[in-house]
Design a protein around this ligand. Structure first.
Ligand code: NAD
Ligand code: ADE
Length: 416
C-alpha cells in the first residue's frame, strides 16, 4: 500500500485519539453502522483533501466501512496530527500527510490523491478541486462528483461554475444548515479561543479583541471572546453584517481605527490583505495577530516580514516580530488557521454534524452518478436527517405538527 506519513510508530497513540473522537461522534457512528451493512460505496475510489485530524479519521474510516478505497492528503501544511495519520495507514487508508510540509510537499501530496484517479473527491478549501481542473483535466472529466467543506472552497467552485469551467458536480457541504450554523460558528468560535490560549496562555478578560469579518466564523469568535470578558470590536465591509454586529452589542469601526487600540486581532473574512503594513504601523506594542480564515492571506505576513528588523519564535506557534522603532508584534501559527495549527481544530461533537453531511452527500453522489454539472446545496433531507440524529443522540425530543397545524400553515384563507 502506498502512503507517506511522519512516523508509523505513532500509530498506537493515534488509534486512541480516534477512539476518543468516535465516542463523541454518535451521528457519524450511526451512519457507519448502516454503511457497514449496506456497503453503498462498494467499488468507489474516494480522493480526500482534509485536515488530517482525529475527526477526519472517523469520517474516512466510515467511508472505508461503506466499501470505498480512500486516498487522503492534508488541506493545510501545518494541521496534520501525525499520530492520527499513522493510525490511518494501519487502517488501510492511503495517507499522504505530515505536519510541517513545504508548499512543494503539500502539492506533491495533493497530486498523489489526484493521480489515484478517484471517482468521488472531497475537499476542504478547493486546492484538490483546482489541481484537478488545471493539471488533471482528463481525470477530472471522469469524476462522478465532489463535495466541498468550507466557505472559501465553495467560493472558488462557484467562480469555476460561473466561468463555465466546472468539470463535475459538487455538493457544497459548507452550506448545509447543520454545517455552517454549528461548525463555522460554535466550532471555530471555541477552537479559535483554544488555539490562541494554547499558544499564548494570556488572559482574555479586559482585552480589546478585534474580529475582522462578521460572517458565521466571525460571529462565533466574537461571542465566545465576549463570553470570556473581552471588549470586542468588529470590522466589516458588508453594511448589513456591520449593522447586525452593532445591534448584537459590538463596537464596529474600520480596521485603521481598530488597529490603534486592539490587543488581539483575529481575521475571519476569507479575504486577502485584511491586515497590512499600514495597520501594523498603527498597532500597540505587544499586539497579538491570529487568523481563523481558510488561507494564510488575511494577515499580510509578507508585509510583516518586510517591515521587521528581527524575528524569533518566542514560544511554539508564536513568532515575535521587531519593528525598527522597537515595537514587537506577535503572529500566531504563521498566520495560518490558528485553531488547527495551535490547537486540535473543532471539537468532535461539531465535526460529527459536518462529517455526517459529508458521508451522506458522498453516498448521494455515488447513488446519483449522472447529476448535471453544477454546485449543489446539500439536499434538505440530508440536512434534516443530520439534525434529527444529533438531537436523538442528545436525548432531546421535539414537538410534531398536528394535521390541523400543517393545514393551517399551508393555507392563505385563515386570518384573524
Ligand atoms: P462568511 O462569508 O459567512 O463571512 C465572511 C465575512 O467577512 C463577510 O461578512 C464579509 O463581508 C467579511 N469580509 C470580507 N472582506 C472583509 C474585509 N476586508 N474586512 C472585514 N470583513 C470582510 O464566511 P465564514 O463562513 O464566516 O468563513 C470565513 C472564513 O473562515 C473562510 O475562509 C472559511 O473557509 C473559513 N473557515 C475556517 C474554519 C476554521 O476551522 N478555522 C471553519 C469554517 C470556515
Ligand atoms: N476543520 C475544523 N476543525 C476540524 C477538525 N477537528 N477536523 C477536520 N477538519 C476541521
Amino acid at each position: 500500500m502506498e502512503y507517506k506519513v511522519k512516523d508509523l510508530g505513532l500509530a498506537p497513540k493515534g488509534k486512541m485519539q480516534i477512539e476518543w473522537a468516535e465516542k463523541h461522534m454518535p451521528v457519524l457512528m450511526s451512519i457507519r453502522k448502516r454503511f457497514s451493512k449496506e456497503k453503498p460505496l462498494r467499488n468507489v475510489r474516494i480522493g480526500a483533501v482534509l485536515h488530517v485530524t482525529k475527526e477526519t479519521a472517523v469520517l474516512v474510516k466510515t467511508l472505508k466501512e461503506g466499501g470505498a478505497e480512500v486516498y487522503l492528503a492534508a488541506s493545510n501544511p501545518l494541521s496534520t496530527q501525525d499520530d492520527v495519520a499513522a493510525a490511518l495507514v494501519e487502517e488501510g487508508i492511503h495517507v499522504y500527510a505530515w505536519r510541517g510540509q513545504s508548499s512543494e510537499e503539500y502539492y506533491w501530496c495533493i497530486r498523489r490523491v489526484a493521480e489515484a484517479e478517484p471517482n468521488i473527491v472531497v475537499d476542504d478549501g478547493g486546492d484538490l478541486h483546482v489541481t484537478l481542473h488545471t493539471e488533471y483535466v482528463d481525470i477530472a472529466r471522469k469524476i462522478v462528483g465532489g463535495t466541498e467543506e468550507t466557505t472559501t472552497g465553495v467560493i472558488r467552485l462557484k467562480a469555476l461554475e460561473r466561468e463555465g469551467k466546472l468539470l463535475y458536480p459538487v455538493i457544497a457541504v459548507n452550506d448545509a444548515y447543520t454545517k455552517f450554523l454549528f461548525d463555522n460558528r460554535y466550532g471555530t468560535g471555541q477552537s479559535t479561543v483554544d488555539g490562541i490560549l494554547r499558544a499564548t496562555n494570556i488572559l482574555i478578560a479586559g482585552k480589546r479583541v478585534v474580529v475582522a469579518g462578521y460572517g458565521w466564523v466571525g460571529r462565533g469568535i466574537a461571542i465566545r471572546m465576549r463570553g470570556m470578558g473581552a471588549r470586542v470590536i468588529v470590522t466589516e465591509v458588508d453594511p448589513i453584517r456591520a449593522l447586525e454586529a452593532v445591534m448584537d452589542g459590538f463596537e464596529v469601526m474600520p480596521m485603521s481605527e481598530a488597529a490603534k487600540i486592539g490587543d488581539i486581532f483575529i481575521t475571519a473574512t476569507g479575504n486577502k490583505d485584511v491586515i497590512t503594513k499600514k495597520h501594523f504601523e498603527l498597532m500597540k506594542n505587544g499586539a497579538i495577530l491570529a487568523n481563523a480564515g481558510h488561507f494564510n492571506v488575511e494577515i499580510s505576513v509578507r508585509d510583516l516580514e518586510e517591515i521587521s528588523i528581527a524575528k524569533r519564535e518566542i514560544r511554539p506557534y508564536v513568532t515575535e516580530y521587531t519593528l525598527p522603532n522597537g515595537k514587537k508584534l506577535y503572529l500566531l501559527a504563521e498566520g495560518r488557521l490558528v485553531n488547527l495549527v495551535a490547537a486540535e481544530g473543532h471539537p468532535s461533537e461539531v465535526m460529527d454534524m459536518s462529517f455526517a453531511n459529508q458521508a451522506l452527500s458522498i453516498e448521494y453522489m455515488a447513488k446519483n452518478p449522472r447529476l448535471p454539472v453544477k454546485v449543489y446545496r446539500v439536499p434538505r433531507e440530508i440536512d434534516e436527517t443530520v439534525a434529527r440524529l444529533k438531537l436523538e443522540s442528545m436525548n432531546i425530543k421535539i414537538d410534531e405538527l398536528t394535521p390541523e397545524q400543517k393545514k393551517y400553515l399551508e393555507s392563505w384563507s385563515l386570518g384573524t
